[in-house]
Write a protein that binds this ligand. Structure first.
Ligand SMILES: [Ca+2]
Ligand SMILES: [Ca+2]
Length: 249
C-alpha cells in the first residue's frame, strides 16, 4: 500500500528543527565540563601536570616516594609512568597525616574529585576524603575508604555537586587523611588525581558576533517562510494547484 507523504509535516520540520538546534548551540556555549587540575606524577614531583593547583603533604619527606603508576583515571593520553607512593614511616608516624590539594573553582560548579589508588597489606587501609571551603577547615566527605591491592581500572570518585559552597570558590581545597598503616614501609600509591567541574563562566555566553549570526540565521529563515507564504497566497489567487501542501502559517 502506497502512503502519500504529508508535505505539511515534512516541510514544517526543517524550520522548527533548525531553530531548536540553533537555540541549543547558543545555550550549550555556557555549559562546558572541564578538568581544573590533574596530577599524573609521571615527572616524580608534586607539581600539577594539567591545569592549575597546588599539592602538599605533611608526611615525612623520606616517606614520600614515587613508584610505577597506572592509566586508571589517566587524562589527556597520559602514560602510566610514575605514581605517588606514601609510606607509614618509622613507628607508623604518618598515620593521621594527609595529602592536601588546593584548587580555585572560580567559574565552575558540580565539582568531582577522582584518583586511582592501591595499597599494601600493611599500608594505610583507612583513608578519609575531606573538602574545605576556606582552605583551612576540612570536613569529612563520605566514609573512610580502603585502597585495593592493585590499581585495577576503576578509580575512587567523590562527586561534590551537592556541596554548593565548593562552586565558584577561590579557596576550595581537598584532602586525603591516611590512617591504618602497620609497618614503616607499608604504603599507599596514588595516581591521576583529577579535579573536574562544569563551567558556568558567563563570559562563555555567546558573544555579540555569535548572537548576530544567530539572529541573521533566524531572520533568513523567516524570509524564506515569508516568501513561501506569499507564493502560496499568489497561487491560491490565480487558482493554480499547489505542489503538495505548503506549510501552515
Ligand atoms: Ca602516573
Ligand atoms: Ca608533576
Amino acid at each position: 500500500m502506497f502512503i502519500t507523504p504529508d508535505f505539511r509535516l515534512t516541510r514544517r520540520i526543517p524550520f522548527n528543527l533548525i531553530c531548536a538546534v540553533l537555540l541549543f548551540l547558543a545555550a550549550s556555549q555556557a555549559v562546558v565540563a572541564d578538568e581544573l587540575a590533574v596530577w599524573n606524577f609521571n615527572d616524580s614531583n608534586l607539581n600539577v601536570d594539567h591545569g592549575s593547583g597546588t599539592l602538599n603533604t605533611n608526611i615525612n619527606a623520606v616517606n614520600v616516594l614515587f613508584a610505577a603508576g597506572t592509566t586508571n583515571n589517566a587524562r589527556q593520553g597520559d602514560a602510566a609512568g610514575q605514581s605517588l607512593s606514601l609510606q607509614g614511616g618509622t613507628g607508623n608516624a604518618n598515620n593521621g597525616r594527609n595529602l592536601t590539594f588546593n584548587i580555585s573553582t572560580v567559574g565552575f560548579s558540580n565539582i568531582v574529585v577522582s584518583f586511582a589508588t592501591q595499597g599494601t597489606s600493611t599500608g594505610f587501609n583507612s583513608n578519609q576524603f575531606q573538602y574545605s571551603l576556606d582552605g583551612i577547615s576540612f570536613i569529612d566527605f563520605g566514609s573512610p575508604f580502603t585502597p585495593a591491592t592493585a590499581f585495577g581500572s576503576v578509580p575512587i570518585v567523590f562527586s561534590l555537586a551537592a556541596i554548593v559552597g565548593l562552586n565558584n570558590n577561590p579557596n576550595a581545597a581537598f584532602r586525603i587523611v591516611f590512617n591504618g598503616a602497620t609497618s614503616s614501609t607499608g604504603n599507599n600509591r596514588i595516581d591521576n588525581i583529577v579535579v573536574e567541574g562544569t563551567s558556568v563562566d558567563t563570559s562563555e555566553v555567546p558573544e555579540p558576533t555569535s548572537m548576530l549570526l544567530l539572529a541573521s540565521g533566524l531572520g533568513g529563515l523567516y524570509k524564506i517562510r515569508r516568501r513561501r507564504k506569499v507564493a502560496k497566497e499568489g497561487a491560491a489567487t490565480e487558482g493554480r494547484p499547489l505542489c503538495g501542501h505548503p506549510p501552515r502559517n
